[in-house]
Design a protein around this ligand. Structure first.
Ligand code: GCU
Length: 420
């Protein structure tokens, strides 16, 4: 009995200790200390025009918001490269004990005599109809997603001591990618290692896909950061997916966790081929309202991860109110497509309430287009998906992706598109 009582105490202790070690303890986690702030209105354009019709939204306000995020936050990415080649180098119609069709595709992008490649791993359910897919980046290489010896191990830089992936990493992220359960729900899974697109360290925007489009000197202050690079890579994966007749091109959904959740939102904002967008625990620079300064702040993220954003974003360190955008406007850029924001109760660093409020304050854009968004002021009960075209869910537990999260993603997709 005594041991049982100690367990919750130990868990709280471990969580608190890891915050101290990461320097996260100095930040605000007290709702009463959230400063007063005024959010820019999603439906008022820069020159003061009130946006009152769907046409004005699509012609005026949406492009303006995309430009503002490019200029002040993520940077401007190039268009499609001059050429792209797709080499399906491995294919098996009875993978995962016959439950899946597995495809591995080497995507090679070419620009001005240079080229860059990444591997796309695809598991599709056994079906003869074009299937809907969740596309998401992974953190450690495609081989981490399943303990499946056929998956090609990434040769790109990874975040370990010697920066090389090994056999041991096979399946190490499998709990985040419950492929068999997702296939049972009728959805396919497509994934790319983020570091295959752009390695996750600060190198002055020179490696990864950035190398295809070199900039002279330090480049403009709105040059594309790593999040924009990853989002661009997701769009290049969509270029391929829409050419594969096994996939329903109208049902490509993007999902991402944490830094890759920030990326999923930006990818969904700029590429409207994504039919549905999911951010999991995306926090600062993702769904969380920056002006709240709850948990991670703009200054802290710009200090720890300067390469994720453009250089203009540095101006908003301790100066969030001066930024012409906040993250509810990013969510509004999905309108009228379904968008799902997921939080974890213990993930205070990512500010669950701020993530929910981004959905709430994006809602006027959805209503203008004739749809319901998310209308509430307080966090819902745990594990109860709320909202309509803007969904929100908070579950118990820490910063992670789990099977129960995927069940919510599938429920949300079923609700909007019907069960596959
Ligand atoms: C850090 C960072 C977060 C990010 C997270 C992740 O905690 O501060 O902004 O979301 O890493 O991507 O794992």
């Amino acid at each position: 009995m005594r041991t049982l009582l100690l367990i919750p105490f130990c868990l709280v202790y471990v969580a608190a200790w890891s915050q101290i070690v990461n320097g996260q303890d100095e930040f605000n986690y007290d709702e009463a200390k959230v400063p007063e702030y005024l959010l820019p209105n999603v439906l008022t354009s820069q020159d003061g025009t009130n946006i009152t019709s769907a046409e004005q939204w699509h012609q005026l306000r949406r492009p303006e918001l995309v430009r503002l995020f490019q200029e002040h936050v993520y940077g401007v990415a190039p268009g499609r490269p001059q050429n792209a080649q797709y080499d399906v180098f491995e294919s098996d119609n009875s993978a995962l004990d016959g439950k899946a069709r597995r495809r591995q595709v080497k995507v090679t992008l070419q620009q001005d005599g240079k080229q860059h490649s990444f591997d796309l791993l695809l598991y599709l359910p056994q079906s003869d109809k074009p299937c809907p897919v969740f596309l998401g980046l992974n953190f450690g290489g495609n081989q981490t997603v399943q303990d499946d010896p056929a998956i090609r191990i990434t040769e790109a830089w990874i975040r370990t001591d010697d920066h090389r992936a090994t056999e041991d990493s096979r399946g190490s992220a499998a709990s985040r990618w419950p492929v068999e359960q997702i296939l049972t729900r009728g959805y396919g899974v497509a994934t790319v290692y983020c570091g295959d697109i752009d390695p996750d360290f600060d190198d002055g925007f020179e490696n990864g896909v950035h190398s295809l489009f070199p900039v002279s000197g330090e480049g403009p202050a709105d040059a594309w950061g790593t999040i924009a690079g990853w989002a661009w890579g997701l769009s290049r994966a969509v270029d391929y997916l829409t050419s594969n007749t096994e996939i329903n091109a109208d049902r490509i959904m993007v999902m991402g966790h944490s830094r890759l959740g920030k990326t999923a939102l930006w990818a969904g904002a700029i590429d409207q081929r994504f039919a549905l967008v999911i951010s999991n625990n995306s926090g600062c620079g993702g769904a969380a309202i920056s002006r709240r300064r709850f948990g991670e702040t703009v200054k802290r993220i710009n200090t720890s991860f300067p390469h994720w954003f453009n250089d203009n974003y540095l101006q908003y360190n301790d100066n969030e109110d001066a930024c012409p955008v906040d993250q509810h406007m990013l969510v509004a850029l999905m309108a009228p497509r379904p968008v799902l924001i997921c939080s974890a109760q213990e993930d205070r660093w990512a500010d669950p309430k701020g993530e929910m409020l981004a959905g709430v304050h994006a809602t006027p854009a959805y209503e203008l287009l004739g749809f319901e968004g998310l209308d509430r002021t307080e966090l819902p009960e745990l594990n109860s998906l709320v909202g309509d075209r803007i969904g929100y869910n908070i579950r118990p537990g820490k910063h992670d992706v789990m099977l129960s999260d995927w069940e919510v993603y599938c429920d949300f997709a079923d609700k909007h598109f019907g069960k596959p």
